[in-house]
Design a protein. Sequence first.
Length: 192
Amino acid sequence: MKRAIVSILCAACAHSLTKPPPLESMAAAPQADAGKLLAEADGRWARRAEPGQAAAAEDLYLQAARADPRRPEAFAGAIRAKSFRIGREKDGAERLRLAQSAVAAGQLCEENAPAAPLCDYWLAAALGLQARERTAMGRCKGGAALRGGRRGVGKGMDGGETHGELLRQKRAFRPGWRLRIVRRNMNIGLHC
């Protein structure tokens, strides 16, 4: 039974994990040693709310990873910066590109520092971001059901009320209802 579950999960993730591009194509040539680059990237990350600082931190983290690929904190910082940028980006195609590059950075981290827990954690986070962005872009077979659930249109689970109406009625009584209803409606017909 365990093997069947694991094989199903692996098959579901197979299209998400492709061979990552070489690190040289993802990062500029390092301008300093990895330690200095990480320190400067951490400084930029601390100012991430300012325009352009998260992207600068991401670039510096990737340069540090290129300078010393055995340092998982460099890859982790790059993925963290990409996830921050995804949260602020309005263009769906750019969010998807950032998510895919985060997965590639996570895979490179796994290749270069296979025993590092940071690599496992941030690769899993990147895969989650990529799955979310693919679904948000409507790349699933059930994209119409997903978009309908987000807009709050169509019939409710009981066939009578709209999704939005159910949310308005249940929100005041039990805050957890909103999350469960949205999840159930979002998963109708999705085959990613």
